[in-house]
Design a protein around this ligand. Structure first.
Ligand SMILES: Cc1cc2nc3c(=O)[nH]c(=O)nc-3n(C[C@H](O)[C@H](O)[C@H](O)COP(=O)(O)O)c2cc1C
Length: 336
């Protein structure tokens, strides 16, 4: 894809407005720190640094899965980053399987104690299948998400973790009550490859066969184009240009995991701020060169798709359209 370069942008840089509303809060940039870590001393240090960077930047920050808190509430302090990010959205995180298998009140109590702005529910069947102790039963997750959305007064965001969410599934998730769908597509961190480091030699070859698994973020965004879904883009978005393109393809915000964890491990909060400032500089230049005063302007017809990407988007839509409808899944038996 390419941006439609505007040789006559009738804009002064000082007029640019990069702010957007996310989960009911105004954030300074259409970027967020994807959910990553927690539940250990190292995890807390990283979360604290990420939260401090998010506060400086005025952007939302995601926490890693709080699953461990369900078993060990004493670790709450490892997730308690609100004091470091008082003015920006903090996003709590749990897997859909945990949502299905946990008492919703217990789960919402933790979200409340964290003073989170939203609960992010992650879908990661690919990763689980390559964890020796991973989940193998993925039934009833959509129903569980619908039950959660009905009970949770905060926005619920549903994300993948690097293999993408198809448009059909995004529509179902939105109908179930999800405020946003974060497509978290392929192109960046591949959790099957990550898990393969922990596997015995003979099973590592199995993981190798999935090296290329998943729906690339750009292809999914192109396939979603023109749809009504409220999308967040992440997965392989590693530069300001990647982020600008994902916004131009219709995402409301762009999320980053891998580049951010690298920055925080390498240089703490200051390195994370520097990373985002660099991406902000690129975004602002793209806005001027496409005649976009606001992020809404950037999301309105500033790109053209190369024929290859156009064809991929088309074929995803056709493949989804021709998929044999499945019989409705039996309601999940374990009502919680
Ligand atoms: C170190 C690390 C830890 C992660 N932990 C979580 C997690 O606890 N919950 C979650 O939803 N996603 C988790 N993710 C997935 C990211 O949120 C993101 O969806 C994925 O890494 C793709 O983005 P990327 O290509 O920018 O890395 C993690 C990613 C990384 C790199």
């Amino acid at each position: 894809m390419r941006f439609l370069h505007d040789a006559l942008p009738d804009i002064a840089e000082e007029e640019l407005d990069t702010r957007v509303t996310f989960c009911g809060t105004r954030v300074a940039l259409p970027f967020f720190i994807s959910c990553m870590t927690g539940g250990s001393e190292g995890g807390f240090r990283a979360n604290r640094e990420l939260a401090a960077a998010a506060q400086t930047l005025g952007i939302a920050v995601g926490l890693g899965s709080f699953r461990v808190l369900l078993e060990n509430p004493a670790l709450f302090k490892d997730f308690d980053v609100k004091p470091f990010a008082p003015d920006v959205p903090v996003l709590a995180n749990l897997s859909a399987v945990q949502v299905r298998d946990t008492d919703i009140d217990a789960l919402l109590t933790i979200v409340e104690r964290l003073r989170a702005h939203a609960l992010v529910v992650h879908l990661n069947p690919g990763q689980e299948l390559f964890q020796p102790e991973g989940d193998r039963d993925f039934r009833g997750l959509l129903d569980a998400i619908a039950r959660l959305c009905a009970r949770c007064r905060l926005p619920v965001i549903v994300k993948e973790t690097g293999f993408g969410i198809l448009p059909r599934r995004a529509r179902e998730l939105r109908a179930a009550g999800a405020a946003y769908v974060d497509i978290a597509g392929a192109g960046g961190t591949n959790w099957i490859s990550v898990e393969s480091y922990r596997l015995p030699e003979e099973e590592r070859a199995d993981a190798e066969e999935f090296r290329d698994w998943g729906m690339p973020t750009a292809a999914l965004l192109a396939a979603f184009r023109g749809g009504q879904e409220r999308l967040l883009a992440s997965g392989g978005i590693h530069t300001g240009m990647d982020a600008a393109k994902s916004l131009a393809l219709g995402a409301e915000l762009a999320g980053f995991a891998l580049p951010v964890i690298r920055a925080v491990v390498g240089g703490g909060s200051a390195a994370v701020v520097e990373l985002f400032r660099r991406m902000e500089r690129t975004l602002r230049k793209v806005m001027i060169l496409t005649g976009s005063r606001t992020i809404a302007d950037l999301r309105r017809g500033t790109v053209w798709l190369e024929p290859g990407l156009q064809a991929i988007a088309q074929s995803i839509a056709e493949a989804e359209g021709s998929a044999t409808p499945r019989p409705p899944a039996a309601k999940y038996a374990r009502e919680k």
